[in-house]
Design a binder for this molecule. Structure first.
Ligand code: NAD
Length: 322
């Protein structure tokens, strides 16, 4: 079977939203998905394989006829701050796993999920997707930068294409990070009597975007014309910064309306490897990929949806456990 699209990391947050967009039976028939985990049975793929990208041999049988049109490579260890004990796994998954994916799936194009973490901290401007702007300060960001470089050199050497998407903080139902952390805390301590611990005096600035915009950019990157052997890098965000205090206050507001109190302390230190500020210049993404930057209202609505979604999930678990 020659697939038009293979999605790695399909069971994850972004992967599951991408799979939901592969809706027609004919598109589903031409799509394969791959993850360490099973995918939700309601998701699109009729060709799902549980496989480990760290194991090159395990990938070989997935595509009998290689040369799929596009591999959307989302599988990764995706924590921005990684404990030292997991650094080996980070390198095996995000670097060796990317090499294995290219070597075994051999697509015509890879769409690589990179991250704004490749920029480190940039306080004074929205950062453009240029090689000289990269200054990763953590192992996760460095692993993503290495993944981009591997994809670019592979494309040049094999006459294929690579598109790296440097995502900001993606929010929406099922997202990871700050929002589920706050919701889980409020669910455990609904009266607000236990303080939730946050970092960086509430001044950690990130570029937040909704998951639908992230998926729109993945789909556009799969098709944007590019000469053989060429690569491109795009920033995927809103072009605006929000700090962790603003996001936490939005989440607290939604939770308050549901009867939960959150008491927050932002005075915890910023760990080594975590960026203090990064905002993305998305002008190329808008003009070349044709995907508009999400408005502040869209991002706020996604933060609300994500908060309510996580709360609903915890309430379901409560109900299941009686
Ligand atoms: N979510 C964000 O805000 C964000 C921001 C920047 C970059 N990214 C990148 O986008 C991609 C998707 O992010 P996400 O939020 O959906 O992450 P996620 O953790 O929800 O999904 C990652 C998926 O990869 C799978 N995976 C991990 N190791 C694997 C392995 N060895 N073999 C096969 N599958 C493996 C996991 O099982 C998981 O389903 C990641 O590459 C991440 O680094 C995400």
């Amino acid at each position: 079977m020659q697939f038009e699209q293979i999605i790695t990391g399909a069971a994850g947050f972004v992967g599951s939203h991408l799979c939901q967009r592969v809706s027609s039976p004919s598109a589903q028939a031409k799509t394969a998905t791959l993850d360490l985990l099973p995918i939700d049975s309601t998701a699109a793929s009729v060709h799902h394989r549980q496989a480990d990208i760290r194991d090159s041999e395990a990938l070989a049988p997935i595509v009998k006829d290689r040369d799929a049109a596009v591999v959307v490579h989302l599988a990764a260890l995706a924590e921005a701050v990684m404990p030292f004990a997991q650094m080996g796994e980070l390198a095996n998954t995000n670097i060796q796993g990317t090499v294995n994916t290219l070597a075994q799936l051999s697509p015509k194009r890879i769409v690589f999920a990179s991250s704004s973490a490749v920029y480190g901290s940039v306080h004074d401007r929205a950062v453009r997707p240029l090689p000289e702007e990269t200054a990763a300060i953590g192992a996760y960001g460095a692993s993503k930068l290495m993944g981009e470089v591997i994809c670019t050199e592979w494309a040049e050497q094999r006459g294929r294409n690579s598109i790296a998407l440097r995502f900001g903080n993606i929010v929406g139902p099922g997202c990871r990070g700050l929002i589920p952390y706050l919701v889980a805390h409020a669910h455990r301590h609904p009266e607000g009597d236990v303080v939730v611990q946050l970092r960086g005096r509430g001044r950690l600035v990130r570029d937040y975007l909704d998951v639908d915009t992230a998926v729109d950019c993945i789909l556009a990157a799969s098709e944007v014309p590019l000469e053989a052997g060429k690569s491109r890098i795009f920033n995927v965000g809103s072009g605006r910064g929000m700090n962790n205090r603003e996001v936490a206050q939005m989440v607290a507001e939604v939770l308050r309306a549901q009867g939960f109190a959150l008491t927050m302390n932002f005075d915890n230190p910023v760990p080594a490897g975590e960026s203090e500020a990064v905002v993305l210049d998305v002008s190329d993404t808008v003009s070349v990929l044709g995907v508009p930057a999400p408005s502040a209202q869209t991002v706020a609505a996604s933060i609300e949806q994500a908060t309510l979604g996580h709360l609903a999930r915890l309430r379901e678990l409560d109900a299941e456990q009686g």
